[in-house]
Design a protein around this ligand. Sequence first.
Ligand code: ZN
Length: 141
Amino acid sequence: MARVFEHLHPHEVAAHEAAHVVTGLAVGLRLRYVLIATPGNEAAGLTVWEPDHSDIAYAIQYAAGVVWDSMSQTYFSKEDARLCRKHVDYKADVEVCKRIAKDLLTTRKRAHEMITKALLNADHYRLTGRQVSALIRGEHA
Ligand SMILES: [Zn+2]
């Protein structure tokens, strides 16, 4: 929410959303777009995927939000924890998703940094899936 965003540095929001992007792509989701809020926008940040039937893939990228928040000690997204739980059958699976997400983030630090930076420099603070793919392949989007 915009009210929340006022207390956050845009970099923190970008890094949080980049965590969703990096892990979601790693487990095969297709990114539609990712954005961070500008004044007047409601959400602090938003990562939107193309429809996919894999609950576990969604759960892992939601878990990434939780893991990122605890690793960076920026802010806590209750919504990510709730949505992760919604996509798995058992509470224990949430912990598994968090472990996977943490591993994916740890091994993809460079991609995470690139996406965070690109989001902060993007037109309207928004990147399409195509732009992010080009970025990861090392092309100029
Ligand atoms: Zn999140």
